[in-house]
Design a protein around this ligand. Structure first.
Ligand code: G
Ligand code: G
Ligand code: MN
Ligand code: NA
Length: 253
C-alpha cells in the first residue's frame, strides 16, 4: 500500500506512538519532563524513520488530525502523572499547519478541560520558521495559547532567521538551543560564544533555556555553568516507548 494511504488509514490507532525522551533539571539532575516524539509502525511492526513520515503528514495536512490525538494523549498523561504525584512536564512538537491552519487553541483548551490537567505542565514546541511563516497569525494563536496557561517553547533555536530580540515580542517562555550549537562544546569557540549569548539574552528576556543534544559530561558541565535550566540528550536518555520510560525513570515494575 502506498505510504500516504497507509498513514491515513492508521490515524487514531496504535500504529502511531509517542516516544518519550527525558528532560533533566540542571540543578538537581532529576528528570523534570519529557519531549514526546512521534513514531509510526508499518504493518510488520517496524518503526519508520520520522524524517520520512513527518514530512508526509505535514504535506498532506494529516498532521492536524494526528496532532489532535497527541494533544489528547498529552493531557491524559499529565492527568495520570498528577494523580501519581509525578510532577513532570510534557512537551509536544507543533508544526506550521497545526499552529496556523487548525483549531489548535480549541483542541488544547478542550483536552485540558476534559482531563483537568495543569496547563503549565504542557509545553508546545514550535520552530522559528513557523512563526516567521505568518507572523500575525502566529502571534494571535500564541497569545490565545498563553491565555490558556500553556508554555510555549521555541525549538531548534538559532537555526532560523529570526532574532531573539524580534521574538521577544511573542509570548515565549522557553528557548531550546539547537543541538548543532551544543555538538562540539566546550571546544568550538564560535559555539561557545553563540550559546553564551543565547542563554544571556534569553534570561534577560525572562525565558528559560533547554539545551538539546547533550551527549557528554563535558557539555553538561559547560552548559550548567552558563545557567541553562534543563538538559535533553543522549547523555541523559534516548527517546523510548512509554512502558520503557516508566521502567527506566519512574521505577515501574
Ligand atoms: O526524534 P526525532 O527523529 O523523532 O524527531 C525528528 C523531528 O521531527 C523533531 O525534531 C521534531 O521537530 C519532529 N517531530 C517529532 N515528533 C513530532 C510530532 O509528534 N509532531 C510534529 N509536528 N513534529 C514532530
Ligand atoms: O527537532 P526536535 O528538537 O524536536 O528534535 C528531537 C530529535 O533530536 C529527535 O530526533 C531525537 O532523537 C534527537 N535527539 C535527541 N537527543 C539527541 C542527542 O543527544 N543527540 C542527537 N544526535 N540527537 C538527539
Ligand atoms: Mn522538539
Ligand atoms: Na530541536
Amino acid at each position: 500500500m502506498q505510504l500516504e494511504t497507509e498513514l491515513r488509514k492508521t490515524i487514531g490507532t496504535d500504529r502511531y506512538e509517542l516516544y518519550y525522551q527525558p528532560k533533566v533539571d540542571t540543578a538537581t539532575r532529576q528528570i523534570c519532563g519529557v519531549e514526546a516524539l512521534l513514531r509510526w509502525k508499518d504493518a510488520d511492526g517496524n518503526i519508520q524513520p520520522p524524517y520520512e513520515i513527518i514530512p508526509i503528514l505535514e504535506h498532506s495536512g494529516m498532521i492536524i488530525e494526528v496532532g489532535e490525538h497527541q494533544i489528547q494523549s498529552a493531557c491524559q498523561q499529565l492527568k495520570e502523572w498528577q494523580q501519581k504525584e509525578s510532577p513532570l512536564n510534557f512537551a509536544l512538537n507543533i508544526s506550521a499547519r497545526q499552529l496556523l491552519n487548525s483549531n489548535l487553541v480549541e483542541t488544547v483548551r478542550q483536552a485540558i478541560a476534559e482531563n483537568g490537567c495543569d496547563p503549565q505542565r504542557l509545553e508546545l514546541e514550535i520552530t522559528e520558521s513557523v512563526i516567521m511563516a505568518d507572523v500575525t497569525t502566529a502571534l494571535d494563536k500564541l497569545q490565545q495559547l498563553e491565555n490558556l496557561g500553556v508554555k510555549i517553547a521555541i525549538d531548534d533555536f538559532g537555526t532560523g532567521y529570526s532574532s531573539l530580540a524580534y521574538l521577544s515580542r511573542f509570548p515565549i517562555h522557553i528557548l531550546k538551543v539547537d543541538r548543532e550549537f551544543v555538538k562540539d562544546l566546550p571546544w568550538n569557540k564560535d559555539n561557545i560564544t553563540i550559546t553564551r549569548s543565547i542563554v544571556e539574552l534569553a534570561h534577560n528576556l525572562g525565558m528559560s533555556v533547554v539545551a538539546e543534544g547533550v551527549e557528554t559530561m563535558a557539555q553538561e558541565q559547560f552548559l550548567a555553568n552558563l545557567g541553562v535550566e534543563e538538559f535533553q540528550g543522549f547523555h541523559f536518555g534516548r527517546p523510548v516507548p512509554v512502558a520503557e520510560f516508566d521502567r527506566l525513570y519512574l521505577n515501574a515494575p
